[in-house]
Design a protein around this ligand. Structure first.
Ligand code: AMP
Length: 414
């Protein structure tokens, strides 16, 4: 299956190529033809399935075909600031390949409204927003929704779970009844089904099975001092072409990438203190394959668009379970198989084992512990010492002393 066979215009075919998309994902293949034909859609698809482009591409193509008029002509509602920002970014990237200039506005709460109002002064063609802030902007007469021809509800289940039901109803009352509506949701609880019934007109229903996020998680126990040689062995054995290695600090990032580089790996470095230009260069190098192992801190990797990673390695564990999910979600995207490997060091300053157990608990999944041959840990975790320390300690218990004395007396007697 190719994008061309789905009916995409040449400019958008160029745009998807520039994004590095070679073939449509399952949700894109299913959504594009009906959405391009102007039908309403109800798609059940997870994050990672390529759902954003599944609505962004037809939205842009349909806008191009329609006569220009005051906007916004398309409205995308998203539950979170992060999702709204990512969606606006993809729309901007795709739109940059188009012959006609489209203005894409972004608005979310938690920041001052004034710059968003200012940005809307010249009008916009596409508005991407979280519901609460969009209502604020409407109250400030920053825009009107009377010209909306296409409405997208992204992650409808999260929109409802985040308590946006009332805001949605107030917004929907301001959007024209005659329009195209594309609704995406990862799950379909009764509230989402009811919303679909209210909003959609004879929709095409699409269900993409959970093949999208295929991440094999591994947890390897080893000593801190063994991490670098173990990492080298892992990288060599697995033959990954694109790997992100997460560390906790700039110092470790520099150390690990230098050492890998010295051992002949195509290693790169990404941390928060790099300039924008340097970040762009190293990401382009990763995309081009001149860098294969990128050593990064969380700060630098947040919000990045890196496609088709083979593996993510937690050289040092993230602080929170949310960061863990965020890190490992960078592999196994858009139907590709990915690996997430975590190093669990018993001799780390924090108790890595119990910290990782907490991460497992939060994500509701247990990851079997492994040891790499030749890198078996020698250190005993502080927790293990606490539990088993009395037995293994050199201080003898009263009972042991009595037993020894009895044995000695017995042997003396013989
Ligand atoms: P989404 O489900 O929209 O959050 O997309 C998840 C990831 O898949 C993003 O990093 C996209 O860049 C990537 N992606 C989307 N469509 C494709 C495609 N056709 N081929 C390869 N990667 C894609």
């Amino acid at each position: 299956m190719s994008f061309a066979s789905l009916g995409l215009a040449p400019a958008l075919l160029r745009a998807v190529r520039e994004q590095g998309y070679h073939a449509p994902t399952a949700v894109q293949a299913a959504a594009l033809p009906p959405a391009l034909a102007g039908h309403d859609l109800f798609a059940l698809a997870q994050t990672g399935s390529g759902k954003t482009a599944a609505f962004a591409l037809p939205l842009l193509q349909n806008l191009l075909a329609a006569a220009p008029r005051p906007g916004p002509r398309a409205l995308v509602l998203a539950p979170t600031r992060e999702l709204a920002a990512q969606t606006a970014q993809l729309l901007r990237d795709l739109a940059s390949a188009l012959p006609q200039r489209l203005r894409i506005a972004l608005a979310f709460g938690g920041v001052s409204i004034n710059p968003q109002l200012m940005a809307l002064r010249g009008g916009c063609d596409i508005m991407v927003a979280t519901p609460g802030r969009l209502l604020d902007l409407l109250d400030h007469k920053g825009l009107s929704l009377a010209g909306v021809q296409c409405l997208v509800l992204d992650e409808a289940d999260r929109l409802l779970a985040a308590g946006f039901a009332d805001e949605l109803q107030r917004l929907l009352a301001q959007v024209p009844v005659v329009r195209q509506t594309l609704m995406f949701s990862a799950t379909c609880p009764p509230g989402v089904e009811a919303l679909a019934g209210q909003l959609l007109c004879e929709p095409q229903r699409i269900r993409v099975e959970e093949a999208a996020l295929q991440i094999t998680q591994r947890a390897i126990q080893l000593d801190r001092a063994q991490r670098l040689p173990a990492l080298r062995q892992l990288l060599r054995d697995a033959g990954w072409r694109r790997v992100l290695v997460f560390v906790a600090s700039r110092y470790t990032a520099e150390l690990v990438s230098d050492k890998l580089f010295a051992h002949g790996f195509k290693a790169g470095l990404l941390h928060g203190e790099l300039s924008q230009g340097a970040r762009r260069d190293v990401l382009a190098a990763l995309q081009a394959g001149t860098v294969e192992v990128l050593v990064a801190t969380d700060v630098a990797a947040r919000g990045l668009h890196i496609d088709a990673l083979d593996a993510v390695i937690n050289y040092e564990l993230p602080r929170s379970a949310a960061d863990y999910t965020h890190r490992i979600g960078r592999t196994g995207r858009a139907g590709a198989q990915g690996s997430a490997v975590s190093f669990i060091c018993a001799d780390s300053a924090e108790n890595a084992e119990s910290h990782f157990r907490l991460i497992e608990k939060r994500q509701g999944q247990r990851v079997p512990r492994e040891r790499l041959a030749g890198f078996e840990p020698q250190a005993v975790s502080s927790e293990a010492q606490a539990v088993g320390g009395i037995k293994s300690s050199t201080r003898k218990s009263k009972k042991d002393k009595l037993r020894e004395a009895a044995a000695k007396a017995a042997s003396d007697g013989h």
